[in-house]
Ligand binder design. Structure first.
Ligand SMILES: [Zn+2]
Length: 183
């Protein structure tokens, strides 16, 4: 499809969650981040139903799965968890940001990842566009937890437990929430 604002031609990737929505509700939406605006596409079984842009990008639709370059960020249902967790399947380029209230954090983290993925250590603290994250990854999955200046003690435990427990991607969110409660 072609973005009506910047005329960029683009292929959008539907993820399993979109297909489920399509079969249950008859339609689904996916957004694509174009830096100063966002393209929002609504699809039904017959194809594209509407194509709109959201300008500026900061007035983002928080609960729509959003494509950022080759990555797709899952955003629904969005659960507000403090401090929040971003999970990334590095191979499939799929990002689970359902456990993060702030969509802008998810987008800026993915943009950081696009530039720095190859040079990132498998664990440690990084600063991406002014936000500090504790990151930990095993071969396939990267966990990023936004942390304040106060420290990363609890985040370390969470990251450790999540990376060692996730079997499938997207992960079972209920399992992660239970895990958080136990820590
Ligand atoms: Zn555009």
């Amino acid at each position: 499809m072609r973005c009506p604002k910047c005329k960029k031609d683009e292929e959008l990737r539907l993820i399993q969650q979109n297909l489920r929505e399509l079969s249950l509700l008859g339609s689904t939406s996916i957004a694509s981040y174009h830096i100063d605006h966002t393209l929002i596409v609504n699809i039904d079984r017959r194809g594209i139903r509407s194509l709109t842009t959201c300008d500026p990008s900061s007035s983002l639709v928080y609960s729509v799965n959003t494509q950022v370059g080759e990555f797709v960020i899952m955003r629904s249902p969005t659960l507000d968890l403090n401090p929040g967790i971003i999970l990334v399947d590095l191979r499939e380029k799929l990002v689970d940001a359902r456990l993060l209230a702030n969509n802008l954090y998810a987008i800026s983290f993915v943009r950081f990842l696009q530039k720095n993925a190859s040079s990132m250590a498998s664990r440690g603290i990084i600063r991406a566009y002014g936000i500090k994250y504790l990151v930990k990854s095993n071969e396939d999955i990267l966990v990023a937890i936004p942390i304040g200046d106060a420290g990363a003690n609890n985040a370390e435990d969470v990251a450790e437990k999540v990376t060692s427990s996730i079997q499938d991607f997207p992960p079972d969110i209920c399992m992660i929430l239970r895990m958080m409660k136990e820590l």
